[in-house]
Design a protein around this ligand. Structure first.
Ligand code: UGA
Ligand code: MN
Length: 298
């Protein structure tokens, strides 16, 4: 039996009315969602967030690219960061440049070596390359930015970067996996820093790890003499002292220093790939030489 034409037309008409109603409802709901009511937390557009200048000192060794890749992947989750990768060497390395390029991050690569007498020694490790990055920030950093020293082998929860972004002068927060206590943390009472829980006190006024504080660019620029001393185990102490801040002025972050959102992990040493291994096996006409060229092989 044929369906009467009039019935079909009525059906289409009713369906059109329903669709019109559905579209109107959707538009209304979308408008409601976009309205900001008093008291609502607003989503701040990325472009207005202060920049975090992440300073990473680094040096050539077999695990370097693995460490930097892990850090790059973390930083890709953080808006408005500028990554300053500063090599402890006379010149920048191509493998690091390639890594930075492919990360898609905003970055500056630089290199600074130590004076002759410190080469190969513990003294001076990470000092001159960090100094170079500080000097770059003094010249190019935005006043409302923040500086954070993120070593290449640590592990970072992305929440720590939003804590860092709040820094007005110097922010401080716990670092996990440090020495005998398994953590290094400011001691906070009634919202104020009263000391430091850290197994390595050694007469330090600011017994913190490098990963446990961040500094506003404005403060850094206001202290033109602030720098890292070439003094083993006293880099953090020397730098924070040179900022001329008082303990009471430190800003406890990470829920009043009750959360660990950065860990002092350390990458196990690995052996250096040797081109001799390929030659000995007679594999010079295979993929292996090309594979080795990116491995800091010798
Ligand atoms: C501890 C602290 O967590 C570091 O922040 C501090 O710089 C270091 O001690 C020190 O006083 O030398 P640790 O894990 O023992 O860290 O040191 P590394 O991770 O080996 O080095 C810290 C950073 O400096 C890394 O990003 C590393 O790549 C870099 N580094 C290390 C150099 O730039 N040059 C070096 O010769 C060695
Ligand atoms: Mn380390």
């Amino acid at each position: 039996m044929a369906i009467p034409r009039i019935f079909l037309q009525c059906l289409i008409f009713i369906e059109s009315i329903f669709l019109y109603w559905a579209v109107t409802r959707l538009r209304y709901t979308a408008q409601k969602c976009n309205q900001v009511r008093p008291g609502d937390s607003q989503v701040i557009p990325y472009s207005t967030l202060p920049t975090i200048y992440i300073v990473t000192p680094t040096y050539t060794r077999p695990t370097q690219l693995a460490d930097l890749t892990r850090l790059a992947n973390t930083l890709r989750l953080v808006p408005n960061v500028h990554w300053l990768v500063s090599e402890d060497s006379n010149s920048i390395t191509i493998a690091v440049t390639e890594l930075l390029e492919s990360s898609g991050l905003s970055y500056t690569q630089m290199a600074a070596s130590r004076p002759e007498e410190m080469i190969g020694k513990v003294i001076g490790r990470g000092v001159f390359n960090r100094r170079a990055a500080i000097s770059w920030i003094r010249n190019h950093g935005s006043d409302d930015g923040i500086i954070y020293f993120a070593d290449d082998d640590n592990s970072y929860d992305v929440r720590i970067f939003e804590e860092i972004r709040q820094t007005r002068g110097v922010s401080v927060f716990p670092v996990g996996l440090i020495l005998k206590y398994g953590v290094s943390s400011p001691i906070v009472r009634e919202g104020k820093v009263i000391g430091f829980f850290d197994a390595f006190q050694a007469g330090r006024q600011f017994a913190m790890d490098m990963a446990g504080f961040s500094v506003s660019v404005r403060l850094l620029k206001a202290r033109p003499e602030a720098t890292f001393p070439a003094q083993v185990s006293y880099l953090e102490e020397g730098f924070v002292q040179s900022l001329e801040v008082k303990k009471e002025d430190l800003e406890p972050r990470a829920e009043q220093c009750t959360r660990v959102w950065v860990w002092h992990t350390r990458t196990e040493r690995a052996s250096t790939p040797k081109l001799d291994h390929i030659r000995e096996g007679g594999w010079t006409d295979t993929n292996l030489p090309k594979l080795y060229s990116g491995l800091h092989a010798s």
